[in-house]
Design a protein around this ligand. Structure first.
Ligand code: 13P
Length: 257
């Protein structure tokens, strides 16, 4: 990472975990473990929808951002079971994960819906955490950089140069998510650098250098320091290791370098 040029962001993706009391206990335990984190990074907790109103209150004291894990690409209307960007912003949500591989794989999201969601999030003032990444088969075929570049280009279609600074990109190789198989720091760096190159091609060098690119996929308290010390890895999107205050705090502290 390069803290002179861009914001380091450590985000927890709780996925479909936690109940109200656990989420409150997590917030109470995390704050004293990372009293000075604002000196080196931003922290965002991406909680299930039903926990977001409480999370906005519980994490206010430590000034952490609160993110949703998905949203509708539509504004208000007849979309039963969906939640729109304005409703998230209304309850104090600052970020939203878009295009997570679990959404792409289990809920049929594709580059077009991901693009529509990114645009809808930005227009409501939310910061999208845009997820991209290759499957194991795609990596073995040697198409990782081409595929990830295409995902980034498609997702950012129509995003203006002014808005791009509000986008965070999370490189999450699908084969590394929840498997304990972390990408090597060199491999993760290489794809994150390729993503920055794509951003440079669309938005120019200055903008590309200012955009936060996270790594996600079995990041934990043991491997975070080395991953975060790579020049183009500006943070982490953490699943399993974000469920315990101690391990999540250790990752936040590993970003202090
Ligand atoms: P794990 O950290 O559990 O591998 O999950 C990563 C992830 O999917 C974050 O969005």
């Amino acid at each position: 990472m390069n803290r002179q040029l861009r914001q380091t962001v450590i985000a927890g993706n709780w996925k479909m975990n936690m109940l109200t009391a656990e989420a409150k206990a997590f917030a109470d335990a995390l704050a004293p473990l990372v009293p000075d984190y604002k000196n080196w990074c931003e922290v965002v907790i991406c909680a299930p929808f039903v926990l977001l109103p409480d999370a906005a209150k519980n994490f206010k004291g430590m000034d952490a951002g609160v993110g949703a894990q998905n949203m509708s690409e539509h504004p208000f209307g007849a979309f039963t079971g969906e939640i729109c960007a304005a409703q998230l912003a209304d309850i104090g949500v600052s970020h939203v994960i878009i295009g997570h591989s679990e959404r792409r794989e289990y809920y049929g999201e594709n580059d077009c819906t991901v693009n529509a969601k990114v645009l809808a999030a930005l227009s409501a003032g939310l910061k999208p955490i845009l997820c991209v990444g290759e499957s194991l088969k795609q990596r073995e075929t040697g198409v990782t950089n081409d595929l990830v570049s295409m995902q980034v280009k498609a997702a950012l279609h129509g995003v203006s140069p002014d808005s791009i600074r509000d986008v965070i990109i999370a490189y999450e190789p699908v084969w590394a998510i929840g498997t304990g198989m972390t990408a090597t720091p060199e491999d993760a760096q290489s794809v994150c650098a390729a993503i920055r190159d794509v951003l440079k091609g669309i938005y120019g060098e200055d903008a590309a250098q200012s955009i936060t690119i996270q790594y996600g996929g079995s990041m934990n308290d043991k491997n975070a320091f080395e991953l975060l010390s790579q020049p183009d890895i500006d943070g982490g999107l953490i699943g399993g290791a974000s469920l315990k205050p101690e391990t999540f705090a250790a990752i936040i502290n590993a970003a202090n370098q």
